[in-house]
Design a protein around this ligand. Structure first.
Ligand code: ADP
Ligand code: PAZ
Ligand code: K
Length: 243
């Protein structure tokens, strides 16, 4: 039984896997981490291995607790991975993006895949049909855009996201909702189109905490998968057991 941990810039996500099936999934803030580890250890005493991917620094006590409770694989730039990483600066590559590409290898090997993860940032990652990771893009996430409009202007309010805003906003709030949510959707559609024109038979995976509210029409080659990064971490953990 495996415990996989995805430490993002906003939330920690964990999943317990048994034979590639998720038995439990949690999403929580960093401050709750220690309590959550104890709860998971009690609920799933059969957990033996764990993998940690964090894009931010964690409380050293957390890592100590994880190492004590389960054998811990820390995902970093040196971890063995099931694909060729041709990113020019592998040492600065977000390890969350490594996990997303591993998930693409696991579920769609032999295919060109674009993985879009809408969280604190929106990341775009391209894996070729030959299992080579080329890179992609990093764009400000949904909340970041609301916060930046508020923080970097004199009078704009901090608006809370609402689904499906009208194209033409006729109030300050609806103008901001349209500019941000419709703007991101147009970014998503335009980016998918650009990648589709460069890579034939492209599979697109849409994931991340904001993928629901930012959902775009899922054509036959676009799939939503809220557990994609967690699946990628489990695949890397299983892959390293065979190395
Ligand atoms: N349970 C939740 N509570 C609050 N916000 C959530 C929740 N699930 C998803 N979200 C949305 O997901 C976003 C964070 O997505 P996530 O992929 O976890 O980010 P990251 O991986 O960068 O930490 C938040 O900005 C929020 O809009
Ligand atoms: C871009 C990210 C902050 C995304 O993190 P997230 O939205 O999952 O919190 C993370 O992938 C990162 O820190 N990347 C480092 C720069 C790079 O990938 O080139
Ligand atoms: K992300």
């Amino acid at each position: 039984m495996n415990l996989v941990i995805d430490g993002g810039n906003t939330f920690i996500k964990t999943a317990v896997f048994q034979n590639n099936t998720i038995l439990d999934k949690q999403i929580f803030k960093k401050e709750e981490f220690l309590k959550k580890i104890d709860q998971l250890q009690k609920k799933f005493p059969e957990i033996e291995e764990s993998i940690l991917s964090s894009v931010t620094s964690l409380d050293p006590e957390v890592e100590k607790r994880l190492e004590k409770a389960f054998s811990l694989l820390r995902l970093d730039g040196n971890t063995k991975i099931p694909f060729t990483n041709s990113y020019a600066t592998p040492q600065t590559l977000g390890i969350d993006r490594i996990a997303l590409v591993a998930a693409a290898v696991n579920s769609y090997s032999g295919k060109n895949v674009l993985v879009i993860d809408a969280g604190t940032c929106i990341t775009y990652d391209l894996k070729t049909s030959e299992e080579v990771y080329l890179g992609g893009a990093i764009s400000p996430g949904l909340e970041m855009r609301f916060k930046s409009l508020h923080k970097f202007t004199a009078n704009l309010p901090l608006v809370t996201a609402k689904p499906e805003p009208e194209l033409i906003g006729d109030t300050t709030e609806s103008s901001i909702l349209s500019g941000i949510i419709n703007g991101i959707k147009m970014e998503l559609k335009g980016t998918v189109e650009s990648y589709c024109s460069k890579f034939e038979d492209l599979t697109v995976i849409f994931t991340g905490g904001d993928s629901q509210i930012l959902s775009i029409p899922l054509k036959n080659s676009i799939f939503a998968n809220s557990n994609f990064l967690l699946e990628g971490l489990n695949f890397i953990l299983e892959f390293n057991k065979t190395q």
